[in-house]
Ligand binder design. Structure first.
Ligand SMILES: Cc1cc2nc3c(=O)[nH]c(=O)nc-3n(C[C@H](O)[C@H](O)[C@H](O)COP(=O)(O)OP(=O)(O)OC[C@H]3O[C@@H](n4cnc5c(N)ncnc54)[C@H](O)[C@@H]3O)c2cc1C
Length: 382
């Protein structure tokens, strides 16, 4: 069996790769992503260039800035972007936009989709709260229906892009009912709306994420996405899109280690050779798992259990790569970029601390295994 791309897909991949290899702003975008500060001028510049080619949303209808191509084209762009810039996914183009396309009002489609596809706006995911993470149905931020607007009060937690995104992709409670998930609605909230306060927090790897507070915020009725109280289901759809991603970033880490093993002479050590070969085998298998998702989407098969599987494969393989990286680099590998003794510019010290968040974000690995067990294997939920 040949797992390669079709000739026209390969042609597209070459074109996308050439862009990332030659564009002057790509290196700056990678630095911005790795800094954990969020989008800066280089990122916006690259997104604008990708958007002008229709590459941010290749599967979307042309009227909203897409190219009406199969999902494999979206995968190809993500794979190259992730490899060269370490930015794996966009909230607007990768998650929220899909839900707007399928569930949003015509006004919402006209307002947001062209700007998303052109790389002009970004959204922040607004799901997690202090008491609602894996158990998302437990969210408490209140959206009271006041006729022509919703009055919002409450707090969100770990809403990462909020300090630079334009809109909050917000899950809020619109009704107290049992089961709780039937009282949740989804909103698009402009971060400039009065009453919203954002407090930035820094993870140990330096990534900026945020608490977001709503204090009597008036959100116009037209900001509701789809039907009231159906938000939980729309969030689940968006989460399935969020879990579609590539293994490019961790492949680029592995490639870096292999280069280091060659140039330092450490690759002559049979133990190091074995470890790198093993990781390469696992990366190859992980890539096939990643490629399976667009293949399924193009055949209208829901990749729920497979996307959960991919998330676990990706996050746990990353752990093994960064661990091996630090073993190969030795004690000096733990030093940060600013030390004169730092190895590979402190890259693996950063990658090691950074890798932990991938076990948690987009749904924890334990929760993903529950999905594989119940939806994939048909095991009982309790
Ligand atoms: C760096 C970072 C960025 C993030 N960015 C965003 C963002 O942009 N937007 C957003 O909305 N959220 C974001 N999150 C939040 C993230 O999605 C949640 O942290 C995650 O879903 C887990 O929720 P929790 O922290 O409440 O932990 P909990 O749900 O309380 O889980 C605690 C532990 O219990 C385990 N556990 C929970 N339930 C089960 C179960 N049923 N079976 C087995 N084990 C279980 C978990 O796996 C975990 O180990 C981010 C988090 C981090 C760390």
């Amino acid at each position: 069996m040949d797992f390669g791309f079709l000739p026209e897909e390969e042609k597209f991949r070459k074109e996308v790769r050439e862009f990332f290899e030659t564009d002057g702003a790509v290196e700056g975008m990678k630095k911005e992503t790795d800094s954990g500060q969020g989008f800066g001028p280089y990122t916006w510049e690259v997104l604008g260039k990708l958007g002008s080619r229709g590459w941010l949303t290749p599967t979307w209808p042309k009227e909203y800035g897409g190219l009406e191509l199969p999902d494999i084209y979206r995968y190809i762009v993500m794979e190259e972007m992730d490899y060269f810039t370490h930015l794996a996914a966009l909230v607007g183009a990768g998650m929220a936009g899909h839900v707007i396309l399928h569930r949003g009002s015509e006004e919402q489609k006209q307002e947001y989709l062209p700007k998303i596809s052109k790389g002009k706006i970004e959204f922040a995911l607004g799901y997690t709260e202090p008491e609602a993470g894996s158990d998302l149905a437990n969210l408490a931020i209140k959206a009271e229906d006041k006729g022509d607007y919703f009055l919002m009060n409450g707090q969100k937690m770990f809403n990462t892009a909020s300090h630079y995104a334009h809109y909050h992709w917000l899950g809020a409670k619109t009704e107290i009912v049992k089961p709780k998930h039937r009282g949740i609605s989804l909103f698009i909230v402009d971060f400039k709306t009065p009453g919203i306060t954002i407090h930035t927090m820094r993870t140990m790897a330096g990534l900026l994420t945020n608490e977001v507070f709503y204090d009597n915020v008036k959100v116009p009725k037209e900001c509701l996405v789809g039907e009231k109280n159906r938000g939980f289901y729309y969030i689940m759809e968006a989460l399935d899109y969020e879990r579609i991603y590539t293994i490019s970033r961790i492949k680029s880490e592995l490639d870096q280690l292999v280069e280091y093993a060659k140039s330092s002479g450490k690759g002559k050590d049979p133990i190091i050779r074995q470890k790198l070969a093993q990781l390469n085998i696992e990366a190859e298998i992980a890539r096939l798992s990643a490629l399976r998702i667009p293949w399924m989407l193009d055949r209208k098969i829901s990749p729920s259990s497979e996307a959960a599987m991919l998330k676990v494969v990706f996050a746990e393989l990353d752990q093994r790569i960064v661990n091996t990286g630090l073993q190969i680099l030795g004690p000096l590998g733990q030093l940060r970029e600013d030390s004169k003794w730092a190895q590979l510019k402190g890259e693996f010290e950063y990658r090691y601390t950074r890798s932990l968040q991938d076990l948690i974000t987009r749904g924890t690995c334990e929760v993903m295994k529950n999905i594989v067990a119940t939806r994939g294997l048909g095991l009982p939920a309790r």
